[in-house]
Design a protein around this ligand. Structure first.
Ligand code: ADP
Length: 470
């Protein structure tokens, strides 16, 4: 699983990186192509304006005179476009017939004039598109060439076009256009905005700051998706690992419990069998016979107590707790002390405890308290010094049982309330138990909507606190 998870994480990172690179390449391609496209459309717009100028010029009769006559040899209409004030150098007029114009017109009519003007405008538009200026007459050619080549490209207009083209391609970050971009920026390939080959080159480059951030922004949802998937995978992996480890620990605890149990059941049973067989096979003095019967009774009681403990715990789980009594704290603690077989238990505030009541189930509470007291005795190396107190405030009742035993390490303080859990260092084989006592106490206290906890006693030992709501 570790191998798979690291593989998945690695691949995801690799794919994210590749994605990032691909997006960066696309960004570079788009910014470069857009620059060329922007230049092309600026030039196209200039040409369109130029074509309209040309139309104005040849429609201006004070500048150009358009006439027509019928060619006697071919019988077609020949149009002539002549400068009104020729400069004296170069060609000042041009004559031509139009292929699609079959009418014979002499002198020229407004209609024929229109056809000719339109034809010329189209011709010039085609020429400009192909990238050259045709000199139909010297003056017209000069005017066209001046406008086309002498007025440089307006960089503000170029910038607007570039921005428009970038936005069309989904790129909306700031840029600067300059001949020499800064070193720390991403820059496009330069384009030459000089209008004629013979002119000196004018390079212009677009440069972008924060391209990484932009590309990252484009990918943010993909990256966020990947990150979520990765986190979920890692979480599941961790959770499963925890589950597996808990299961393993639980299974070890259960094994331990079964071993203990078998031992606990086996010893009294063997002793009962051996004693019963001895009674069966041999005749004994009444005194010996009584002693043997005593052993059988004692061992059977041990077995019965053991099964009762397990059954009580299981019953609480199955049927829950009926809380229909007002239990007096003094009687409860008195009875628990009485059942504990030791005289070393102090109950300093016995008097005031007489006024404290807990709503609950007397039998369960008694058994729970007795369990805590039993532990205090069991784990105190034979000479216990135990104190029980009961206190009440407006909201709760607190019963506190302190001993001077070995105490409980912090790491174990929560776990001792788990079923079958026993602290390994407490020499579990010397002190008998199944790890069920405190889990039962917890069930009972929580069944009374209370809380059980343990803390270190002043000096050595531990204090168990049973807190019940009033
Ligand atoms: P057990 O049958 O082992 O006594 P419990 O559930 O009653 O099971 O207790 C769980 C573990 O908590 C014990 O095995 C013991 O190690 C520890 N423990 C319980 N009470 C005390 C105490 N008063 N002092 C020290 N350790 C205790």
């Amino acid at each position: 699983m570790s191998f798979c998870v690291s593989g998945i994480v690695g691949l995801q990172l690799y794919f994210s990186y590749k994605n990032f690179e691909a997006e960066k390449k696309a960004f570079e391609k788009n910014t470069n192509e857009s620059l060329q496209t922007a230049l092309d459309s600026v030039l196209e717009q200039r040409d369109q304006i130029l074509v309209r100028d040309f139309e104005r010029w040849i429609s201006d009769t004070s500048f150009i005179n358009i006439t027509s006559r019928i060619d006697p040899a071919y019988g077609v209409t020949v149009f002539t476009m002549a400068e009104v004030n020729p400069s004296g150098k170069g060609q000042d007029k041009v004559s031509m017939s139009l292929e699609n114009f079959t009418k014979k017109v002499e002198p020229i009519t407004p209609e024929a004039r229109n056809v000719f003007v339109n034809h010329m405008v189209n011709e010039v538009a085609q020429d400009l598109k192909k990238g050259y200026v045709f000199f139909y007459t010297q003056k017209l050619g000069d005017s066209l060439a001046d406008r086309k080549y002498l007025k440089p490209i307006d960089t503000a207009e170029f910038r607007a076009q570039y921005k428009k083209e970038l936005v069309r391609r989904g790129i909306s970050i700031g840029f600067s256009l300059s001949p020499k971009p800064g070193a720390n920026y991403f820059k496009t390939r330069p384009v030459n905005i000089a209008l004629k080959r013979s002119q000196p080159k004018r390079w212009l480059t677009a440069s972008f700051a924060n391209t990484g951030l932009f590309v990252f922004d484009q990918l943010k949802w993909v990256i966020a998706g990947s990150a979520v998937l990765l986190l979920v995978t890692l979480f599941c992996f961790g959770y499963m690992l925890r589950l597996l480890l808990t299961q393993e620990k639980l299974s070890a605890i259960k094994d331990d419990f079964i071993n203990n149990m078998t031992h606990e059941l086996h010893t009294p049973l063997t002793s009962i069998i051996v004693t019963a067989e001895a009674l069966q096979k041999f005749r004994h003095e009444p005194e010996t016979q009584n002693r043997y019967l005593g052993i059988i009774v004692h061992q059977s009681k041990r077995l019965s107590a053991l099964t009762a403990e397990i059954l009580a715990s299981a019953r609480v789980q199955r049927t829950g707790i009926v809380r229909d009594q007002m239990v007096n704290a003094r009687s409860l603690i008195d009875d628990a002390i009485a059942s504990s077989n030791t005289a070393n238990i102090d109950f300093p505030n016995r008097e005031s405890a007489g006024h404290i009541f807990i709503r609950g189930n007397y039998d369960h509470l008694l058994r729970a308290l007795a369990n805590v007291l039993d532990n205090a005795v069991k784990y105190s190396n034979g000479r216990p010094k135990i104190a029980v107190t009961a206190q009440a405030d407006a909201k709760s009742v607190k019963i506190r049982i302190c001993d001077d035993g070995p105490g409980i390490p912090d790491a174990e303080k929560n776990r001792i309330f788990d079923p079958f859990y026993r602290i390994q260092t407490h020499n579990v084989h010397n002190v008998k138990g199944y790890g069920l006592g405190l889990s039962y106490v917890k069930k009972i206290v929580e069944g009374h909507s209370g809380k059980v906890s343990v803390e270190d006693a002043p000096g050595s030992g531990s204090c168990f606190i049973l807190l019940f709501p009033k």
